[in-house]
Structure formats: structure tokens, C-alpha cells
Design a protein around this ligand. Structure first.
Ligand SMILES: O=C(O)c1ccccc1NCC(=O)[C@H](O)[C@H](O)COP(=O)(O)O
Length: 232
């Protein structure tokens, strides 16, 4: 693995972080009997620049999933979990993560500062998720962070409907914060919405449920996304 998570995403032709998440917010299975090697191979064939692995148990995740995905691919990996302490960062490194999710609305400002600094010291890209202007203002060292606008609602365990307009509303603030890599994450279900978010100025998207639900039709979903991006 040579590129950092942020570089891989910024340099990608198709800048989609493709996610492995066992269950959606309602508890529905997203793997459909497919193994991790099969899903990772499909994402690699689809040209994913980096992957996200949800280890959080709300979504059926485990650390073993991340360990196994690390053994299957050299792509940079984002660990999606509730990371709150320095020792979580050390575990992420040991598991083979290249980036860690830090959810601004769930962390006190001092904790977010400590975790962003700690992640960078360990060579991890901080992938800071925000949902409000106050969250954006709280991100330290934004120039070194991916800042992702979450369209979902983690407080409801993603059971509430996603709001893609949040990405529209927050883009200018996120860009002004100085991140080289603004991302829109969660609830992106339609190739047309995905294409529109990149056209607006997002440098990357993070998509889980819909790519997993697409199953063998993943290349079709992505081809439509590419067609709509180019049609703009
Ligand atoms: O958002 C969090 O704080 C979080 C913490 C631990 C595990 C998962 C978490 N969020 C869930 C996600 O990030 C979504 O899986 C991801 O954005 C993809 O969303 P979707 O495309 O709607 O499956």
C-alpha cells in the first residue's frame, strides 16, 4: 500500500469509497450470503480507490472483518467505528486501517483535537464526519483531514431518512475550512444523485448500502453513474 487514503481518493477516476457493511440501520442483511473475498474482489474490479469497513456492532461489524479485508487487498481502508480514545487509534493501526472515522457530533472538542492529532501522528487519515456548521467549525487541522458531510442520522442508528440536501447546504463551509477532500457520505442511493454531488464540488463519495444491494448489478449502477457524470 503506497498512497494514503486521502491521496488515493483525490487521484481516483471514480472517487467512490466503497463500503463493506454487514447490516443497514434497520438490521437488514446487506451481504446476501456473499463472502468478504467476493465483495472485495467485486469492489476491486469496479476500480475502488479505497474501501470502508464498518466494524461498529450496530451494523453487524467486527474487528475481524477489517483484519480479513486487510489480508485480501492492498487498497487503503477506512475503519468505521466509534473511535473515542488513543488506544482505539493504536488498534486501528494494528488492524491495518489507513483512515479512521471521527464523528464530530459525538466527540467533545478536546477529544476531537486529540484524536485528529493522534491519527496523524500514526499515519492515519482522519475522516471527520460532520452534520452541522458547528461540527465543521470544530474540525482541527482541516487541511490534513477528509471532511465528510454525513447525510444520515447516526443518532437514530441511520433509521431516519437520509437528507442529501445537507451535503448541498454544507459544501461551501466544508470547503472553506480548508480540507482538500470534501466527501458526501451516507444515503446515496441513486446514480443521478451521486453524479450531482460530484458536480457540485465534492471530491469523493462514500456509499455502502446501495452498492451492496446492487450485488451483481454493481457494474451497471456504476456505468450509469459514469454516464451521468460525463453528460453534465
Ligand atoms: O456515523 C457513525 O458515527 C458510525 C459509527 C460507527 C459505524 C458506522 C457509522 N456510520 C454509518 C456509516 O457511516 C454508513 O455506513 C456509511 O456512511 C454508508 O452509508 P450508506 O451508503 O447509507 O450505507
Amino acid at each position: 500500500m503506497d498512497a494514503t487514503f486521502m491521496d488515493a481518493l483525490r487521484q481516483a477516476d471514480r472517487p467512490v469509497v466503497m463500503e463493506l457493511k454487514r447490516r443497514d440501520g434497520a438490521g437488514a442483511d446487506l451481504f446476501g450470503g456473499r463472502s468478504l473475498p467476493r465483495i472485495v474482489a467485486a469492489y476491486e474490479r469496479a476500480g475502488a480507490p479505497c474501501l470502508s469497513v464498518v466494524t461498529g456492532h450496530w451494523f453487524g461489524g467486527t474487528e475481524d472483518m477489517l483484519r480479513e479485508v486487510r489480508s485480501l487487498t492492498g487498497l487503503p481502508l477506512l475503519q468505521k467505528d466509534f473511535i473515542t480514545r488513543r488506544r482505539d487509534l493504536d488498534r486501528a493501526v494494528r488492524l491495518g486501517a489507513s483512515a479512521v472515522l471521527l464523528t464530530a457530533r459525538l466527540l467533545a472538542r478536546a477529544s476531537l483535537d486529540m484524536l485528529v492529532t493522534g491519527a496523524l501522528e500514526r499515519g492515519l487519515t482522519p475522516f471527520v464526519e460532520v452534520a452541522t456548521p458547528a461540527d465543521v467549525r470544530a474540525v482541527p487541522r482541516a487541511v490534513d483531514c477528509v471532511i465528510a458531510v454525513s447525510n444520515g442520522d447516526i443518532a437514530s442508528r441511520e433509521r431516519a431518512p437520509a437528507d442529501l440536501n445537507r451535503s448541498v447546504r454544507l459544501l461551501s463551509e466544508v470547503s472553506a475550512a480548508g480540507t482538500p477532500c470534501p466527501v458526501s457520505a451516507s444515503g446515496i442511493a441513486d446514480p443521478a444523485d451521486a453524479a450531482r454531488l460530484l458536480r457540485l464540488g465534492y471530491r469523493g463519495l462514500l456509499i455502502g448500502s446501495e452498492l451492496l444491494r446492487a450485488g451483481d448489478e454493481l457494474p451497471v449502477w456504476l456505468a450509469e453513474f459514469d454516464r451521468l457524470r460525463q453528460a453534465a
